[in-house]
Design a protein around this ligand. Structure first.
Ligand code: ADE
Length: 271
């Protein structure tokens, strides 16, 4: 996969040299190019922003540097044999970034990221490239960061670990929390490793039992408990057919019952 990032803070992307993404690059699985947007600014001060039309606080990133940068990055990538780029635009007003979207992006050969600072990029840039490419505006969560560089690191890491050959074991992401196609999207429960006792704290016996069936059931119960505690919305969204008899028993103990449409809902207190 080829990845281009155009930013006014190229050094912010240095973590792409480290750990999983760094190793994937070193092994030739990822071809990452970071570009300084100011290289496409033409005035003495390398200006890339201006005041917003219509007034209001903050500054807006200008069309011209982005247009020239993207034209050049696109031409360079096409020349190098890349095709079907997706323009990934981090913005708090974008589509929520989920595991599903990470999988979709991991199937594309080329991603171009345009992390913005200030109040964002002049809309005409996205409108212009949307006539030629898939433009995907993404939000990594309901909070506002100072810029899109941290979201780029988040998206690249989530995508890179899905690329064939990047993780040692393909099974590693089959059980991920939120893995699409999982029968029910549950959070993963707790994990343990050696030693069997630490500061008087032991490991649940079942994990040392060697009994695969009981281990699987225990993991499922812990996943259900954790999801009920931290993400009850995921339980409410699950297809009830995804719950087996033991799941339903545990959900009842935790105060969840099927509602009129069959989906599970938290029983009102005192029922
Ligand atoms: N830029 C600023 N905040 C952001 C967010 N939550 N997601 C994506 N890009 C952003």
């Amino acid at each position: 996969m080829r990845i281009d990032v155009v930013t006014i803070f190229p050094e912010y992307l240095d973590p792409l040299n480290v750990s999983l993404v760094g190793k994937a690059r070193a092994r030739g699985l990822l071809d990452v190019h970071v570009h300084d947007l100011r290289g496409w600014a033409h005035d003495r001060h390398n200006t890339v922003d201006d005041t917003p039309y219509g007034g209001g606080p903050g500054m807006v990133m200008k069309t011209e540097p982005w247009g020239e940068a993207l034209d050049e990055v696109l031409a360079g990538g096409y020349e190098a044999g890349a095709c079907q780029p997706v323009l990934v635009v981090p913005t708090p007003s974008g589509r929520p970034f989920t595991q599903q979207l990470a999988v979709e992006l991991s199937e594309r050969p080329w991603l171009i990221f345009t992390p913005a600072r200030y109040e964002g990029i002049d809309r005409r840039v996205m409108d212009e490239y949307a006539t030629r490419l898939r433009v995907q505006e993404v939000s990594i969560g309901d909070y506002v960061l100072a810029g899109g560089e941290a979201p780029v690191l988040v998206v690249v890491e989530a995508v890179a670990r899905l690329l064939p050959g990047v993780l040692g074991n393909v099974e590693s992401h089959r059980d991920d929390s939120f893995a699409p196609g999982a029968m029910a999207s549950l959070l993963e429960g707790p994990v343990y490793t050696k030693p069997p006792e630490w500061r008087g704290r032991t490991v649940p016996d079942v994990l040392l039992s060697g009994h695969h069936g009981r281990v699987a059931r225990w993991r499922r119960d812990e996943a259900l408990r954790r999801t009920v505690d931290h993400r009850p919305d995921l339980i409410a969204r699950c297809d009830p057919a995804a719950f087996d008899r033991k799941d339903r028993e545990l959900l009842a103990v935790l105060g969840w019952q099927p509602g009129p449409d069959g989906r599970y809902e938290k029983a009102p207190e005192g029922r």
